[in-house]
Design a protein around this ligand. Structure first.
Ligand SMILES: [Zn+2]
Length: 531
């Protein structure tokens, strides 16, 4: 028995169901009708980096300390480090299997960099750096050879796509081909008992094309969008063909599972919590003397302007003059009570400063004020608050942002800029009109799986379910469960389903990744429109 997992980043039944009805994706349709399928609920926040880690490990963010791409590494300090493969070590499904002698293959796994030394081979995904993408290292040259130049990323903010969306389709279809032939090469030429591959382009398509595929989106253009939607469908047809070719290349006894790290839906607006906190008097700017006065006037001047080049110039001069790299450098932490740190824009988060923490009752006051946003900020219709002590468990809960929240049911991004209004009634980037939603996909097809639809599974369930299929004990710290209803009763009868008491493998929170990697991660996030 082998298990092959194909991750389709950001895939959702909201997109797949209509494509299945229109017979655009026959291979995926067949997988669904021959197997078990369910919406796959992700962790909070529904962000790629913590979600894929939760999926590989079965651990909630309170146990991994990973809530976002960039995470606090100590409770007391404001030191942040990017996620890396060290957070996966000895707790990912491929490590449990590799330790039992199974050969594992990993392809294009997001943020799994540097490539881990597994019992098999690994290719880093998003965040991987060329020259150090693969384990064993010589695999990188093989991939280049097999694909005539391996490619795995796109700069979604490249202005050429805004000018001509056909260039986006051209690039994405080229990458689909490259990724498909790399995967095909690995599946056929390497030895493996367990394989976990991830395609990221499904996520990019959702982010960039949502306004054109969703007739209800405020930026849907009845003249231009239908053509874009057709190209979107064609591209999904290509992806489905890739899946069909992959399925026919898999050994006969392979059980195939497709998962996603989160769903996808429309983005319609932006909320700026730092601007709001400043108005409430809970956030103060640094005093910068005459420079500050000059810059403030300049910024006021630019707020009245819609000219983006002028606004860019103002920002550039401001940053040069004040020697600031971003909004966070503008904040006077000693005199502020709370602020929103740099984070993925898919959710909101606020940290209390030392002053805020020591002010009696401030946190409750702040929570009440966030709850009241629909009454106090025009455009905010709904706010949902998630407190770390209520949604996480484990030794790293205290590394979480103090207050997490979402605005307008995930349809509103939350951005940290200080020089803008509190609320904006359109997405901040025209090339980012789709955002993350909590429900992804779970499709499992093969000799061990039932044919049925089940109400829901969780990303935390994937690791323990795979371990049980290989009849391995499940480490007790794992938060997920075995999706028993997906497994045929006669197969289930033969499995031990044992929980193994185990010490929690805790990764030392570390800043070894250093300034340079932190900056690289920020650059990457900006290129994807995540920051
Ligand atoms: Zn994702």
């Amino acid at each position: 028995m082998k298990v092959f997992i194909l991750g389709l980043d950001g895939a959702t039944f909201d997109i797949l169901n209509p494509l299945m009805r229109d017979n655009v994706i026959p291979n995926i349709t067949e997988l669904c009708s021959n197997g078990t399928s369910a919406p796959l609920r992700t962790i909070f926040p529904p962000v790629t980096a913590p979600a894929w880690l939760a999926l590989a490990s079965g651990l909630n963010p309170g146990k991994t300390g990973i809530f976002d791409y960039i995470n606090k590494i100590r409770t007391e300090s404001n030191t942040f480090a990017p996620i890396s493969s060290s957070y996966y070590k000895e707790r990912a499904v491929w490590d449990y299997l590799g330790n039992q002698g199974y050969k594992v293959g990993i392809f294009n796994y997001p943020t799994l960099w540097p490539p881990p030394h597994v019992n098999g081979f690994a290719v880093s995904g998003m965040g991987g750096k060329s020259g150090n993408m693969c384990y064993p290292p010589e695999l990188e040259a093989e991939l280049h050879e097999a694909t005539s130049g391996y490619e795995s990323k796109l700069n979604l903010r490249n202005p050429k796509y805004k000018r001509d969306i056909d260039l986006f389709f051209e690039d994405i279809n080229r990458i689909i081909k490259k990724q498909a032939s790399a995967l095909q090469y690995l599946v056929q030429s390497k030895t493996w008992d367990f394989f976990f591959a991830v395609f990221s382009f499904t996520d990019w398509m959702g982010h960039v094309l949502w306004k054109d595929i969703d007739e209800k989106h405020s930026l849907y253009d009845s003249m231009k969008s239908p053509r874009v939607k057709n190209r979107f469908k064609e591209t999904w047809r290509n992806i489905d063909e890739v899946i069909g070719t992959l399925l026919s290349a898999l050994p006969h006894n392979t059980n195939f599972i497709s998962v996603s790290d989160h769903g996808m839906g429309p983005l319609e607006s932006v909320f700026f919590p730092n601007t709001w906190l400043e108005r409430k008097g809970w956030l103060k700017r640094r005093r910068l003397g005459w420079k500050k006065l000059f810059v403030e006037n300049m910024t006021l001047f630019s707020e009245g302007s819609d000219n983006k080049y002028f606004n860019w110039l103002v920002r550039f001069l401001r940053n040069k003059l004040l020697k600031i790299k971003g909004t966070i450098d503008l904040i006077d932490f000693d005199h502020s009570f709370a602020y929103s740190p740099e984070h993925n824009t898919m959710f909101g988060c606020i940290n209390l400063t030392k002053t805020g923490k020591s002010a009696n009752g401030f946190k409750d006051l702040l929570i009440e004020a966030i709850k009241a946003l629909p009454k106090t900020v025009k455009g905010v219709e709904q706010v949902d608050i998630f407190l770390p002590e209520e949604i996480y468990s484990g030794q790293f809960v205290n590394l979480s942002p103090d207050i997490l929240f979402i605005v307008n049911d995930y349809k509103c991004t939350v951005e940290i800029d200080l020089h803008k209004k509190e609320f904006r009634t359109s997405p901040s980037l025209l090339m980012r009109t789709g955002g993350h939603q909590p429900d992804g996909i779970f499709i499992a097809s093969g000799s061990v799986f039932n044919k049925m639809k089940i109400p829901q599974a969780s990303v935390l369930d994937i690791c323990p379910t795979v371990l049980s299929l290989y009849d391995l004990d499940i480490p007790s710290q794992i938060d997920g469960r075995v999706i028993t209803e997906a497994i045929k009763p006669e197969v289930l009868d033969t499995l031990k389903l044992n929980i193994r008491p185990s010490r929690e493998t805790s990764v030392q929170q570390t800043d070894e990744m250093g300034e340079e990697n932190l900056e690289d991660m920020k650059k990457l996030l900006k290129s994807l429109g995540y920051m």
